[in-house]
Design a protein. Sequence first.
Length: 156
Amino acid sequence: METQAELERRLKAINELSVRYMLPREMWTPADEAVYKPLDLLGTPMDEAQALQFKAIKYAFTRHYTLNDWYHKFCDTRGFTPDGVNTNDDLNKIPLVPDLTFKQHPSGKDLASWIERTFTGDLPQVTINTADPSFDDILEAYNAAGLFVAHSTGTS
């Protein structure tokens, strides 16, 4: 059985290798902090883990609510805003979007419009050069504009 010291040494080595894949600490959002701050994610004391979780989820919810008109309206119809997230108990009140929303999408140019409506953040301008574009044509247009869009396997 591994000792606590051996475990900490292995976790430290893994964390040192993963640093090159992480944002610099000064750029971390609360969501990044929840993932990267704990040395041992599974060994984090419950109160610290819950505090990190709360900040991360509140940040993500506020970001999507603020930057995504479709989700903003979705939440408004359910009477919930970021002001309603004050404790861990409030996290269960955040309106969740059913996964089928993202698995059942339109085709052709309507797919590009659907991506624009459901995306959170700034989308690059894309040029679609065919009258009846395929699914791959749409994804390739976004990829060429600098935004990586991939097809989901449909699993949850």
